[in-house]
Design a protein around this ligand. Structure first.
Ligand code: PLP
Length: 405
């Protein structure tokens, strides 16, 4: 909004005034914000004008326990009162306990070690450096992959629009079609340091790798002495109804990267090295000031406990199935994908941005991952009543967006 007079300023909504201030102060890397939010509770958020929305995006697969969950708020508050930050010269009980719990939950009984950091891209940076310590440099990634925006993570991300403005990026990376075992087999050789796969490609619109593909990738990498690195930053920590999206395949990788939902919205990332990969990084090879911070790790422990105590893996499975079945019932939806509460769909018309806008008008937050692709990633606590209410509103949202039959 542009305001040229005091009158115009005084009639602007509170949201509009914040958006104008945002434009004048925050770097324009994301375009204008759709909403200015000031509070949340459960799956609902409120904007600065008091309008409420049901959050079926969950901070892009981050708000595992929704908003203002008492267990998470309590854990952060208690840890901040006790000890907020220390340097990496020292350890803290929540840091050690979280590393142990992550290995127990995700490592399938394999010996492992965890490096803590602050985001998904940073977790992938750590993993990238691990691959360099093998003495090999070649990495095979997947077409349509998204691994983050730092220079190293970007080097693995396939989308030209993200990569090209920053080239040259670290090299020796090539991409094979997602799910194509023959192409992977042809690409991996004795020079390959690692194969990196998202078991579920979230940013690409929720593409799910088959168990056979992950198992094949495990065999191929093992045969060539290459690392298998699973990026579970979006798909991990219960979102798909299991602790890792790759768990149903039975595959034990060498590296797992986690972030997003791990601490339910408190910034954290983790890079797990399993088996021999656990010792690839040695003292002096890597570091970060905030990694393993007591508050972030206490938050993650609270999230893990709430998932266990409140049966949220089962809830994610049941609510995701319910959402997918309901969305698929509309003929204007041509395909529904995903696992648990990471749901993607393709529309019969390329009107995904219009559907996002119509949903927002109707009080629902969802996300477009392409011209005809939508993503839903509600908190793991989402209820049947909330799913059913979205499904009841769905036909009129598609009507309002002009998605014809
Ligand atoms: N890897 C995957 C699979 C992701 O989905 C994302 C973020 O969307 C990232 C890495 C980067 O994470 P962050 O945005 O926390 O750096």
């Amino acid at each position: 909004m542009t305001t040229t007079s005091n009158t115009a300023t005084s009639t602007a909504s509170t949201s509009e005034r914040w958006i104008e201030r945002y434009a004048g102060a925050v770097m324009n890397t994301f375009g204008p914000p759709k909403l200015v939010l000031e509070r949340g509770e459960g799956c609902r958020v409120w904007d600065v004008d008091g309008r409420s929305y049901v959050d079926f995006l969950g901070g892009i697969a981050v708000n595992t326990l929704g908003h203002a969950h008492p267990a998470l708020v309590g854990a952060v508050h208690a840890q901040m009162l006790r000890l907020g930050h220390i340097s990496n010269f020292f350890a803290s009980p929540p840091q050690v306990e979280l590393a142990e719990r992550l290995l127990a939950l995700t490592a399938c009984g394999t010996d492992g070690r965890v490096f803590f950091c602050n985001s998904g891209a940073e977790a992938n940076e750590a993993a990238f450096k691990m691959t360099r310590r093998t003495g090999r440099t070649r990495i095979i990634a997947m077409e349509d992959a998204f691994h983050g925006r730092t220079i190293g993570a970007l080097a693995l991300t396939s989308k030209p629009a993200y990569r090209e403005p920053f080239e040259p990026l670290p090299g020796d990376v090539s991409w094979v079609p997602y799910g194509d075992l023959a192409a992977l087999e042809a690409a991996v050789d004795e020079y390959t340091a690692a194969v990196v796969i998202e078991p579920l490609q979230g940013e690409a619109g929720v593409n799910v790798a088959s168990a056979e593909f992950l198992q094949g990738a495990r065999s191929i990498t093992a045969a060539h002495g290459a690392l298998l690195w699973l990026d579970e930053i979006q798909s991990g920590m219960g979102r798909t109804g299991t602790w890792l999206a790759s768990h149903p395949s039975g595959v034990v990788p060498d590296i797992v990267t986690l972030a997003k939902g791990l601490a339910g919205g408190v910034p954290i990332g983790a890079c797990l090295g399993l088996g021999e990969a656990a010792t690839l990084l040695q003292p002096g090879n890597h570091g970060t000031t905030f990694g393993g911070n007591p508050v972030a790790t206490a938050a993650a422990l609270a999230v893990i406990s709430a998932i266990e105590d409140d049966g949220l893996l089962a809830n994610a499975t049941a609510m995701g199935d319910r959402l997918r079945a309901g969305l698929a019932a509309d003929a204007r939806v041509t395909e529904v994908r995903g696992c648990g509460v990471l749901v993607g769909l393709t529309l019969a018309a390329a009107r995904a941005p219009e559907v996002v806008a119509a949903a927002l008008d109707a009080g629902w937050i969802i996300n477009a991952t392409g011209p005809d692709r939508l993503r839903f990633a509600p908190p793991l606590i989402v209820s049947a009543a909330e799913v059913d209410a979205l499904l009841a509103a769905w036909p009129s949202i598609l009507d309002a967006a002009g998605v014809g039959a």
